[in-house]
Design a protein around this ligand. Sequence first.
Ligand SMILES: [Zn+2]
Length: 636
Amino acid sequence: MKIDYQSIGLKVGLEIHRQLDTRCKLFCECPTEFVDGGREIRFVRWLREAQSELGEVDPAAIFEARKRRKIVYHADTLNTCLVEMDEEPPHDLNREAVEVGLVTALLMNAKPVDEIHVMRKIVIDGSNTTGFQRTCVIALGGEIIVDGKKIPIQTITIEEDAARIIERKPHEIHYDLRRLGIPLIEISTAPVINSPREAYRVAYAIGRLLRATGKVKRGIGTVRQDLNISIRDGALIEIKGVQELDLLPKVVELEVIRQLHLLKIRDELKKRGVTEQMISEEPIKDVTEIFKKTRSRILRRKIDSGGRVLALRLRKFGGLLGLEAAPGIRLGAEFAGRARAWSEVEGIFHTDELPGYGITEAEVRRLKDFMEAGELDAVIIVADEKSKAEDALQRVKERAIEALRGVPSETRAARSDGTTIYLRPRPGAARMYPETDIPPYPISREYLEELKRRLPPTLDEVAESLSRKYGLSKQIANELIDLEKVELFERIVSETGVKPRVAASILAEHMKSLKREGFNVELVGDSDLFEISKLIAGGEIAKEAAPEIIKWLSKNPGKSVRDALDALNLRPVDMSEVEKKIDELIKRYKSMIEENPRKASSVIMGELMKIYRGRIDGGKLYQMVRERIHGQGGGS
Ligand SMILES: [Zn+2]
């Protein structure tokens, strides 16, 4: 679908969370890099109704508190302590983390606060043992320039990472406590981003700026990007947890498609004359009888374990539930997502998708008859414990009413294909209150001045000096930086004597393009790249052989560069062996040499190339042959 993002008024704001590579966690002395060999500790807590200390209950908190769940925490003696277990108050705020926050603020021209106040943000899904996440604003304001456009930064915050979810069962949830307390920096931009591509560019620029501090972690799970997205007439949607930078544009595009689709459905429902009253007056009916002999596996299982099948008619919704704007983007999916999140039901179907899932046409006909559903009407069925099924259909009713209004504002979770799923209602304003266990942390003017004096260069500045020093293009210098290969590059150039451009093209261009072609280049280690460069510098292999060796190594984990040379028949050539071979051939073609030296040398070259192709320069070989022939023939 081609979308004109300007005309629909797209506004995107980003919240980038990145783990800091500090020595200790934010409020205790546990390490931020996993340490092996600790004794495992497991303990259980029950999710309890949490109320903010301001006395108001938060909508997101109510959502979680409905679920009575057993929470199992996995900890150990080396990566967690009593602080993560909430058995001991937090220790002092980590100075190293605060400094990374301040350096980032200065690099973005933001205004650091005079005094840092740690706050508690209610999070009661169990990912924090305390029921809240500790967070503190480090700086306000600031900006970053991306492709010539000024992107205002709203806040720079340092907060503690949450526990990592290991397993989710219906009434039990397992968390790994080792991640809890790792410092995170959070950068939030103003909602001024106007296209999917720009969302990517801004996130990329922020990532580069953060890396200039030299104190952020890299790799899977160290970055999480949240977005808020709205279009004109739509609603503010918060999308949580995009892990891959490359996925950002897709998430934005699909969210726009989803909101446009919901607006289209709203208009259609109005045209059909649907009213809120029509929806809210619909009764929920028990239709278990109709499915007594069903062959639908999920319905069967629910009925056999004492559950009921309940149904709700939605007048004039027919055809709109199954209508798909993009794969997975349907009103039916919205209803199911809402019902699943709130009521944790499994079996939910609507008539637009039936017959199907083992439910027969005859069953659908009986269902529609019983519900007095006409051609334009839809029926939703839910199979589960009676109270859960009833609750789920109430949620569907609420969501159906919202469909009449357009796009409901909510928090959604990103999935790996770029689509999103309903997560919970958006949190209210009463979500934060002060952390009383930690005193305010003043930031002195002198300290800020000192930080300003030793501000690290930005990566643009690093690229600039790299390209000047080694005669590289700016683009390849930037690639070396993005791939984190600068250090290796400098070591290779100084220790092997290979030409800087050759080393840069191996480390950046080849590795990048081979990765794009699908080779597992992560398996090729720095020491392999070093050795390949050394062989090129010593003239033992041609530089053209480098990509072949990298390809081979990426397909043969655990093997060495020497193994690759053997397998690819690229072993360095012993020159005395070559000379012996030439002598042998000259002897064999002696008469031809005497008759037609020109023809003889080309025949001999052909024989030699069969053996040495790619391992020795052809021109050099030819010269050797000529010299030998001349020596033999006594001149010509
Ligand atoms: Zn700890």
